[in-house]
Write a protein that binds this ligand. Sequence first.
Ligand code: ZN
Length: 411
Amino acid sequence: MTILITNIKELLQVRDETILKVSGNQMKLLPSIKNAYLLIENDTIVDFGDMSDATGIIANQTIDAKGKLVLPTWCDSHTHIVYAGDRSQEFVDRINGLSYEDIANRGGGILNSAKTLQNTSEDDLYNQSVIRLKAVMKLGTGAIEIKSGYGLTTDAEIKMLRVIKRLKKDFPIKVKATFLGAHALPIAFKDNKQGYLDQIINDMLPQIAKENLAQYIDVFCEKGYFDLDDTAQILKAGQEYNLTPKIHVNQFNAFGGIALAVKHEAISVDHLEELNNEDIIALKDSNTMPVALPSCSYFLSIPYTPGRQLIDAGLPLALATDYNPGSTPSGNMNFVVSTACIKMKLTPEEAINAATINGAYAMGISNQYGSITKGKKANVIITKPVSSYNYLPYAFGDNHIDTVIINGEIV
Ligand SMILES: [Zn+2]
């Protein structure tokens, strides 16, 4: 099966296969070809170039993209889309004056989601999650990381990870799984945090490894949740099962979690709304990708990650949704890209780089995803006719997507 896309107004994010992430000033560049074609064979990008060189190419299906842009699908490296129910009541509580922490302290928040999930069957959880996965694919996401962390018991964490594994098998979208047992302290361990850490290390991790249910290990490293010592214990234990660290850190407080993650060779550090100089120094010369989640800042009215400062310091930056029932009930990467431009002062080039190649890097898949490169997976967005790529983040809230192709299949 071959698909030829012709008359592309501008083919964006055209990269050499050796580029796995872009940092600092390089993020201001978005290599492209105007008036281009793109050829897909089965699940792979096999050729592209100037339209004048497309004569004679025959394909099973031809898509005329006159006036339209083509770019790689979004790579959303941080989500919690497997969850049960929703927390719209807490949304109203926050409107009426309660803070995220107030709600957590009275048994709401993550513990509320965990209670609901524990009482939901695996099939029901799968069906609820499928609806969200299909929706984000339609919005142009072609690779996604999904975390556990709303189970908080061995059975419920395994249930979540099995659902993620089923999603990975049943859909063309690339799925990476992260074990986030240390998301919150369950009520049963309210006065025995070490007891819960022991359960994660001695009970959950061996089972997850046995069923090969996760590639990454995550911790909510935050005051009132898991401190530096707790985080180090979990990361070390995960690494013994070949799970790479990828952690929630610096959302509300900066206290050295980033340096700890870098020391444990984390593939990414996510949130970073609170950031100090030591954090930036720790990230320099590391292989760890900083990940900003602007939809979360928008929804919670907390500060935005200082992405400008990170990029100006020569660092890379990735953008992700944080799609979850509590702090970001939205998986729309188009909104994330707009919000990064509007609120974090990223240029459209920087935001698109952050949401494609760097997002892929934060999932360890940028050798196969995140750019228009021969040999990479055929994951592309064809936009509606637009004046330029600047228009995508500029006209926020509109859906600019005409067609999404994931793994060579039109979604
Ligand atoms: Zn998160």
